[in-house]
Design a protein around this ligand. Structure first.
Ligand code: ADP
Length: 540
């Protein structure tokens, strides 16, 4: 027997009609490239978003077409976030930090029908454009001065009378698209549907997830080209939360200034950002960040020492979450459960440093070569996930069998343990693990611990070849200025927490570590840097 409920499509227009009806007055604040603040409202933003949709249609963009964006976080990027999916087209956010060849590949593979580009990013986009065919390039420019052959964004927004309403769209239709950032080989396209984005926004907002509400002022440091700014633009629009958009000014001083002046309540970014903010706050005390109730961190593991330092030194609360481009991104989130509310602080910090438990509607399991592993907190296996906002294939429909199981679960490539509580701890990316004497060593666990050493600023632990053990861990460290940590000191520091055979055999001090466009360590590059050197040293 069928249920007797309305079949209302779960589409982005359904969220945005609420925003327009109830929250038209709520503010959106953008930091421009020249550092000035630009203020507008959801009402203005959505009016212009409808103008953009109409303008794109007059340029020949039809439902299902992909529209690329090559932009920082600002309110006009939000117009595209809302206007493009609401028109039936697919918003394809492009990672501004990728190499021109990779971008040209992604744009061509996605078949983008038009691209919206920030004028301040033109130097990075110009070499990409040379590699593209003749597609409309629409430029957002503050001074009205445009690169030759491009179209003025303001004219597109104003050219055609926008429709009055935001009409429903089939919930299964594609809404947004994002390519993986290529830390695991060639970028692959993930195509989010209207339905998946709506369900993701709802879940993200829940108290045990990001705990968002109308009264929040949300600042996504995470770029709008990194997995849909983790879904925040849609959750905020649905709830009517104010948004602060930092533009290109992502240094710690600029962020702290915005947190303070705009009374930001929730912010989100990768660990690299928060390590910078922590250092800045330690060196510049006296900021009033009392409005800030949650700093969400994901994209890479945040060490327990950082969570503790924010809490104890600055009264700031880190919320740790795990996700991927393929999971929209929210997969798991680390909230201390009620039964641990009065547990000792050390226990709570340890819990918060794990990746936490699956969000509602996300199912997890882990598999080793022997089959599915027990949830015993000890046995490692590859994490597999399933849920309504988890990719079922890569664009345009590629079900690579090394990424999906026969029964349709997505294989994350992350090696985890799952505790009896359901709490997930990422031990490593499958390819980053050190396999020593046939046993796995988690480089993430070693890195998280080493970053707690007062002389260590940044660290990557990588596998280097070893004649007896196959591989051994090497610590590659950017030291705090003026410090020279030795391998003996570091091993002594780690010894109380790890089995002896886990401890790195050697340390190399470097000036900096290579990072991806989304601020993650490029472990494969670090590994390549030292692999040959160590292999040579070990030759007889
Ligand atoms: P890419 O896969 O190209 O690096 P993603 O942004 O999709 O781009 O990265 C997803 C990966 O990032 C995960 O598979 C995992 O390895 C890592 N990751 C994300 N969040 C966390 C976290 N909280 N702790 C540890 N690793 C994380």
């Amino acid at each position: 027997m069928d249920g007797l409920m309305m079949d209302v499509p779960l589409s982005i227009p359904l969220l945005l009609r609420r925003t327009e009806a109830l929250f038209g007055h709520k503010p959106l604040v953008t930091r421009r490239a020249d550092r000035s603040l630009q203020r507008c409202t959801y009402g203005e933003c959505l009016r212009r978003a409808r103008g953009l949709a109409a303008g794109l249609a007059s340029l020949g963009v039809t439902p299902g077409d992909r529209v690329g964006t090559f932009c920082w976080n600002h309110s006009r990027h939000l117009e595209a976030y809302y206007g493009v999916p609401a028109s039936g087209a697919v918003l394809h956010t492009l990672n501004i930090r990728l190499h021109a060849d990779e971008l040209a590949y992604i744009i061509t593979h996605a078949g983008d029908a038009a691209i919206i580009v920030d004028k301040v990013l033109w130097p990075a986009f110009a070499p990409v454009r040379e590699r593209l065919g003749n597609i409309p390039i629409i430029v957002i420019s503050d001074d009205g001065d445009l690169p030759p052959g491009t179209i003025d964004y303001e004219q597109v927004v104003a050219a055609t009378a926008p429709s009055d309403s935001l009409a429903d769209i089939d919930e299964g239709a594609g809404a947004l698209m994002c390519y993986t950032s290529g830390t695991t080989g060639r970028s692959k396209g993930v195509l989010y549907s209207h339905r998946s984005m709506v369900l993701h926004a709802l879940t993200l907002s829940l108290p045990d997830c990001l705990n968002l509400r109308e009264s929040d002022v949300v600042l996504a440091v995470v770029p709008m080209f990194h997995v849909n700014a983790w879904g925040l633009p849609f959750a905020c629009a649905m709830l009517g939360s104010a948004q602060v958009l930092p533009g290109p000014c992502l240094d710690a001083a600029s962020l702290v200034e915005l947190f303070e002046s705009e009374r930001v309540t929730v912010t989100a970014g990768v660990p690299t950002i928060w390590h910078g903010v922590l250092k800045y706050l330690d060196e510049h005390p006296g900021h009033d960040l009392s409005s800030l109730r949650a700093m969400v961190v994901g994209g890479a593991a945040i060490p327990e020492s950082t969570i503790r330092a924010f809490d104890t030194r600055h009264g700031l609360h880190i919320v740790h979450a795990w996700g991927m481009t393929e999971t929209s991104p929210i997969g798991t989130i680390s909230r201390v459960p009620s039964e641990l509310a009065s547990a000792p602080p050390d226990y709570q910090y340890a819990w918060r440093a794990t990746q936490g438990r699956p969000a509602p509607m996300v199912e997890i399991r882990a598999r080793s070569e022997q089959g599915l592993v027990a949830w015993d907190g000890m046995t490692m296996g590859e994490l597999e996930v399933r849920g309504p906002w988890v990719a079922a294939a890569y664009y345009p429909g590629d079900v690579a069998m090394d990424r999906w199981t026969d029964d349709g679960w997505f294989r994350t490539g992350d090696i985890v343990t799952i505790a009896p509580s359901g709490c997930v701890t990422i031990q490593d990316r499958a390819k980053d693990l050190v396999k020593s004497g046939g046993e796995w060593i988690s480089t993430v666990a070693l890195e998280s611990a080493l970053v707690g050493h007062p002389w260590v600023s940044e660290v990557a632990v990588v596998a280097v070849p070893h004649p007896q053990w196959g591989e051994r861990p090497l610590a590659v460290i950017v030291p705090v200025a003026g410090c020279q940590p030795t391998i003996e000191e570091l091993r002594t520091f780690l010894a109380p927490r790890f089995a002896k055979w886990w401890l790195p055999d050697a340390v190399v001090l470097v000036d900096h570590l290579p990072k991806t466009g989304t601020g993650k360590l490029k472990k494969h590059e670090v590994r390549a840097m030292f692999k040959e050197q160590f292999a040579q040293e070990q030759r007889p």
